[in-house]
Ligand binder design. Structure first.
Ligand SMILES: Cc1cc2nc3c(=O)[nH]c(=O)nc-3n(C[C@H](O)[C@H](O)[C@H](O)COP(=O)(O)O)c2cc1C
Length: 326
């Protein structure tokens, strides 16, 4: 299967864990999935099976790493590639305090030489693509200069795929949530960078809420990455294969049934129900019974010993479930 960055689902801490990614995979065979950020330290020293394990059906799936030390990132990238990840992505966009104190994430935009050293070391350690997810600038930087400089330096180190969250990160005074909403989006700058660098793969991220918007951006850039929309309104993902990958659309209800089978298998391995159902609360958004579905799961899935029947009962509230294809 040809792998592309046409349509990507963003790395999201606490959200895009392996269960979430499976739900998204049942909704789209082709969307490129990203893990939550994992620090290089954790990849090297932590419980790898727990932190990096994934289902083979998740491909294409990228591991996102956080860090700022070339040798550690290289080692972590190698571990990720050995796990079979299709891509290793470096986080140069996260503004949280915890990340800044480790001197990585968005504050790395101020040290493009160091980012270039990091990606060079990572590339030397693996055969899969090493990519960069970045903002357009931080704090007082001029995005016109900062974004181009970062990209040029990483390109000189061999990186050809960039995901750009098209707003600045303000490292002082804004929470991570505000940093996803307050600084204005500048799609024009990302389009311009693509026009200037036709040989690069430029993926646009930030504030894309519908597949129509995604399609409009795709006229200007090589790919789109959706975060909150994909998570909060996952049913839209059922149209992604048809609209962006020249394949058949999926049926939401079929994907939900596949996920229920997955949930049953994971329950048997001891995974708590709510760890899996929490990712599907928005899936019936806009359909009759959606609110009762959501409420039933929220109230019951965390109870000790909650099993598949909680999900089945919740599904029974959703009337007018789609006809499955014959
Ligand atoms: C809950 C949450 C966690 C996030 N965690 C990460 C992360 O681990 N790494 C990262 O690069 N971006 C992270 N982001 C940012 C998203 O990847 C994305 O850049 C941002 O949400 C903008 O895209 P959107 O407007 O489509 O949501 C996170 C966003 C959210 C909502």
């Amino acid at each position: 299967m040809q792998q592309s960055h046409n349509f990507c689902i963003a790395p999201m801490m606490e959200w895009s864990d392996r269960h979430c990614r499976m739900l998204h995979r049942f909704l789209s065979r082709h969307a490129r999935l990203y893990t939550e950020m994992l620090t290089a330290q954790a990849a090297i020293r932590g419980d790898r099976a727990r932190l990096m394990g994934y289902d083979p059906r998740e491909h294409p799936v990228a591991l996102q790493l956080g860090g700022a030390e070339p040798a550690l990132l290289a080692e972590a990238a190698k571990i990720g590639a050995d796990f079979g990840y299709d891509e290793i992505n470096l986080n140069v966009g996260c503004p949280s305090d915890r990340v800044q104190s480790g001197r990585f994430g968005a504050c790395l935009m101020q040290e493009p030489e160091l980012v270039a050293d990091c990606v060079a070391a990572m590339r030397a350690a693996v055969n899969v693509p090493v990519t960069v997810k970045t903002r357009i600038g931080v704090d007082g930087q001029d995005p016109q200069l900062a974004l181009r400089r970062l990209i040029a330096m990483c390109q000189a180190a061999g990186v050809t795929i960039f995901i750009v969250h098209a707003r600045k990160a303000l490292l002082d005074g804004l929470s991570p949530k505000e940093n996803r909403e307050v600084p204005p989006l500048d799609y024009g700058l990302v389009y311009a960078v693509k026009r200037e660098n036709p040989e690069l793969t430029i993926v646009l991220n930030g504030g894309i809420w519908t597949l129509d918007e995604a399609e409009q951006h795709l006229a200007q850039v090589d790919g789109v990455m959706l975060g909150r929309a994909a998570y909060q309104l996952p049913a839209m993902l059922a149209q992604v294969d048809a609209r962006f990958f020249n394949d058949a659309p999926r049926a939401v209800d079929e994907a939900v049934d596949a996920y229920a089978d997955y949930v049953a298998a994971k329950l048997a391995e001891g995974v708590p129900l709510s760890a899996m159902t929490r990712h599907m609360l928005g899936i019936f958004h806009g359909r009759p019974g959606a609110r009762r579905f959501r409420r039933h799961l929220s109230e019951n899935a965390t109870r000790p010993g909650a099993g598949l029947e909680v999900l089945r009962d919740a599904l029974a509230f959703v009337t007018m479930r789609e006809e499955l294809p014959a």
